[in-house]
Design a protein around this ligand. Structure first.
Ligand code: P1T
Length: 383
């Protein structure tokens, strides 16, 4: 079965009770049992809900995985995966990543005795140097948020397999939110777990918050599902249903996002007021070759810096007509954000600057409006 057929059919057979073609929103917290312990496989909706199960099957199939666990947000999915670690364990983390993930690792999970080392993981020698005997997890985003750096998933997985320094096999986790399974399938490249903020491209319409963790390893799935039930960060059935509806058109939307992003990246790169554009689809991107190898398309996210002081970037961000000044990404409408003050504000300034998230950096989530309108908007505002 191919991508869009999976998106529209997997987990979505006609409802066994009524024949409803579309999976119903099972808005129930509990299920009536015939006798104690005698039921149809559903006992309580934190543990299991038919609408959520349909979403989990749909998203797992898109990632070419076997098992999906849906959560109330991308952060809840991330926290559940980090629950695989125990006090004293070490994780190597890409140094460019969503500010909220950094905050969870550096302000919450360190209090439970987990250790994190942030490394530019596009440099595999630096990754190797950071490995310790107690390294249990590699956490990457690729492309990264907000600098669109790439990490070679297959090479990282091989490095992990070959590492004699590890006491046990560490898991490779890929936050695939920016690329989406339409353009990149990390499990096929050797990763163990894929995480998404489904709030973004998978939901696709900026109307629902959610997350998912997907794997093809039954033992890892069992542990993630155990935490999903024990900690309880699950999505309600309405949110699961909305996310599933959005995901049906993921392929259509991603093709348009990419087409528009490619044109806008090329336009910005040629503009004299623009200092630098980060977009993996541009031949000038330092990892363009890896992007072509690892991804089947370059996605809808880009970031860039304008010449001049921060005030120019802030003024520009507030004056656009079709790019709403907002956090988040991946919806049909275009958004602009100022990472240093918005999505990555939880990273201390010195650390941000060291990582390249300067005060002049702006990030675009290119929507699927008519590209001519988006280009005119940029042209008029840049002046
Ligand atoms: O917002 P939530 O659904 O909890 O997902 C968190 C998250 C995880 N991973 C990546 C790569 C993300 O970009 C995010 C959320 N990011 C934004 C809100 C943003 O504007 O970058």
């Amino acid at each position: 079965m191919r991508f869009s057929t999976k998106a529209i059919h997997v987990g979505q057979d006609a409802d066994p009770t009524t024949g409803a073609t579309i999976v119903p929103i099972y808005q129930t917290s509990t299920y009536t049992q015939e006798a104690v312990g005698v039921h149809k496989g559903y006992d309580y909706s934190r543990t299991v809900n038919p609408t959520r199960l349909a979403l989990e099957a749909q998203l797992a199939s898109l990632e070419c995985g076997t098992y999906g666990s849906a959560f109330a947000s991308g952060m809840a999915a991330t926290a559940a995966v980090l629950n695989l670690l125990s006090s004293g364990d070490h994780a190597i983390v890409t140094d460019d990543l969503y500010g909220g993930t950094y905050r969870l690792f550096s302000r919450v999970l360190v209090r439970y005795g987990l250790e994190f080392t942030y490394v530019d993981m596009s440099d595999l020698a630096a990754v190797r140097a950071a490995i310790r005997p107690n390294t249990k997890l590699f956490w990457i985003e690729t492309p990264t948020n907000p600098l669109l750096k790439l990490i070679d998933i297959a090479a990282l997985s091989r490095l992990r397999d070959a590492s004699a320094d590890l006491e046990t096999r560490a898991v490779v986790v890929v936050d695939n939110t920016f690329a989406t399974p339409y353009f990149q399938q990390p499990l096929l490249l050797g990763a163990d777990i894929v995480v998404h903020s489904t709030t973004k491209y998978i939901g696709g319409h900026s109307d629902v918050v959610g997350g998912v963790a997907i794997t093809d390893d039954p033992a890892l799935h069992e542990r993630i599902a155990f935490h999903q039930n024990s900690v309880g960060g699950v999505p309600g059935p309405q949110d699961a249903w909305l996310t599933m509806r959005g995901a049906k058109t993921l392929a259509l939307r991603m093709r348009e996002h990419e087409r528009n992003a490619m044109q806008i990246a090329a336009y910005l790169e040629s503009h004299p007021k623009v200092a630098h554009v980060h977009y993996p689809g541009l031949p000038s991107h330092p990892q363009h070759d890896l992007a072509k190898r690892q991804m089947s398309g370059f996605g809808g996210m880009l970031s860039f810096t304008l010449h001049g002081p921060e005030s120019r970037a802030l003024e520009f961000a507030g004056r656009l007509r079709y790019f709403s000044l907002a956090e988040s990404l991946g919806g049909v409408e275009s958004l602009i954000c100022h990472p240093a003050r918005m999505t990555h504000g939880s990273i201390p300034k010195a650390e941000r600057e060291r990582r390249g998230i300067t005060d002049g950096l702006l990030r675009l989530s290119v929507g699927i409006e008519d590209c001519e309108d988006l280009l005119e908007d940029l042209e008029t505002t840049l002046g």
